[in-house]
Write a protein that binds this ligand. Structure first.
Ligand SMILES: [Zn+2]
Length: 379
């Protein structure tokens, strides 16, 4: 069963602000965050306060926050992303999306807006899940574009700013859905499984080509390549398209319940778009990295020979990671990914066919090597 949240109307305007010309309002471009509750259909009108971070919120007396719309204007670090650390930049900023609304609600805010998490600079809002805490009232939550966040913060510095905010998403009863799973049975150890995966769901603003159509395509292509080359892997290669990664991970949780006791040799997930791969992330012991050195030597021919030990390889394989299953993901070029991810611009034209095939090649080589490895991987 997966959540069924449906986006509604989402509009906002500044209706009072410093320097306002008579009979004008200032349009604000925004979207609701996944799981957001609604405003009344006619919207709410309230003063806006702009904060840079949680520390600023904590330093505010409650009566300065109560009854207001709180904007968290925490910028996504575009320089960090430009240097190839897009995932880290995302990690720093995304806590305001997940935890900001409840933090603001605890101090009496009537709605919470965040600066869009990502590098988009065509005034596109960035959606994604918010996580309401049990101990705070649920207040409407949205993301304004980076440009609008800067505008609001600048006006708030100059004087009182009042916003009219309309968000009318609905949470409907949960619905039945499914992971999609296919096995190429191992010829010698069919009971030992290597998972190759991406996630099937995506946010609604775009088409989900990079997040995560690419990961599903890469994983299906692994099975296709193995069959095309008439390879007979010794262990089972299991391709999974996970359901509901974006707003609840119900698919991976259900898989852990239904299949958690099976013998998982390794798990891979591709969920970082289709940018050129530089190698393989490993969540495992340093010995696993050593064992993969010959694989890295082969991948080095296409510039994908790096092996990195990391903490985490994918949201859907996390239950397996926690159970100690060695996990892997391609190291992908993340410089541009967060310009499009979770926005209306996540569309197929952002994917370079050559780079997509490079990702399939890296994941296929790694999966086949794992399937035919002589020794078990240390845990
Ligand atoms: Zn994803």
């Amino acid at each position: 069963m997966v959540p069924h949240w449906v986006r509604g109307e989402e509009t906002a305007a500044l209706i009072e602000f410093p320097g306002q010309a008579q009979n004008t309002t200032q349009k604000i471009v925004l979207c609701a965050l996944g799981d957001s509750v609604a405003t009344p259909p006619e919207g709410i009108e309230a003063d806006v306060i702009a904060l840079r971070n949680f520390d600023e919120l904590k330093s505010m007396p409650r009566d300065k926050v109560a009854g207001k719309i709180v904007l968290f204007n925490y910028p996504f670090d575009k320089q960090m992303a430009a240097e190839g650390r897009g995932g880290e930049a995302y990690g720093e900023a995304v806590v305001y999306r997940s935890d900001g609304p409840s933090a603001a609600a605890r101090q009496g805010a009537v709605a919470c807006l965040i600066r869009s998490v990502g590098g988009a600079d065509y005034r596109l809002p960035h959606t994604g899940q918010t996580d309401y805490a049990g101990d705070a009232p649920k207040i409407p939550a949205g993301a304004v574009t980076a440009e609008d966040a800067d505008l609001i913060a600048d006006l708030v510095r100059q004087g009182p700013v009042k916003m009219k905010l309309v968000l009318t998403p609905q949470t409907l009863p949960n619905v039945e859905s499914a992971n999609v799973i296919g096995d190429i049975k191992g010829s010698e150890h069919p009971e030992q499984i290597i998972i190759v995966s991406g996630h099937l769901d995506s946010w609604d603003l775009g088409t989900g080509a990079i997040d995560d159509g690419a990961g599903v395509a890469v994983s299906m292509e692994v099975a296709n390549l193995i069959q095309k080359f008439h390879l007979k892997p010794k262990r089972t290669i299991r391709v999974i398209a996970w359901m509901n990664e974006e707003n609840g991970s119900a698919g991976s949780k259900q898989y852990a319940k239904d299949h958690g006791k099976e013998n998982h040799f390794a798990a891979m997930e591709t969920d970082g778009g289709a940018g050129h791969p530089l190698g393989i992330n490993i969540r495992g012991t340093p010995e696993v990295k050593k064992m993969l050195a010959p694989v890295a030597a082969i991948l080095q021919e296409s510039g994908a020979g790096i092996l990195d030990l990391v903490e985490h390889c994918g949201a859907d394989i996390e239950p397996l990671e926690k159970a100690g299953v060695p996990s892997f993901s391609p190291i992908q070029d993340s410089r541009f990914y967060f310009n499009y991810h979770h926005t209306a611009a996540d569309t197929l034209d952002k994917i370079m066919p050559k780079e997509l095939t490079e990702n399939s090649a890296v994941v296929a080589v790694a999966a086949y090597a794992l399937a035919d490895m002589e020794q078990p991987l240390p845990r």
